[in-house]
Design a protein around this ligand. Sequence first.
Ligand code: DGL
Length: 246
Amino acid sequence: MRAALFDSGVGGLTVAKSLLEHNLFDEIVYFGDTARVPYGPKDKNTIIRYSLEALEFFKNFDPDILITACNSVSAHALPELRKNASFPVVGVIEPGVVALEKKLQDKDAHILIIGTRATISSHKYQTLLKKRGFHNITAKATPLFVPLVEEEIFEGEILEAAMRHYFGDMRPDAVILGCTHFPLITEALKSYFGQKTLLIHSGEAIVEYLQEQFPLTPAKNSTTLKLFASENPEKLKKIAQSWLGR
Ligand code: DGL
């Protein structure tokens, strides 16, 4: 099986990492729209337009499934992508909520959703969580974390200042990492909120979701990863080497 994996830039490699670890596909074709990243501050129509352009690119590879690693795309463009694709299109938001519900039974638990402005303002996570009975929800756009991660700042003073700025003395029971980049600051978030806080990672969530929803038999050989970017593919390949070791 061949999966197309779409992100606004390099961040979706965190989702690629989880997919590769579980060897779900023979091949993953990754496209990062590095020329136009970030999608987070853009409006819905722009995100839809860029996503449909990515879909046209992927069609050349005849994929069996399209996974949108990008939360901002998952929040805004899934209906249009599904209308225009002849294969299933899966986003990361529903899998994240399903994963949270499996791990957290207490509907009164305080859940913090963090993501880009596009993701938070779409209310997609909030609506799905409410449908499942969670009501103590805080949703916060935390876009500063995106450039910090891209600068490979995963710990230290600047990151701590950004966490203080966004979270103050908030101590949620669970945090949904609603952005591709945030799994890379898991350790910093854990030490800020405390080790007991449950963190939901889109990559791990989507692996479980795919295993449950689709008849996937693990690939015999390890997954081939093909990387494409709309600008500077060499940079994407370098980051892949550092984050994925390949
Ligand atoms: N990939 C985006 C997301 O998960 C973060 C970076 C961006 O703003 O494009 O929402």
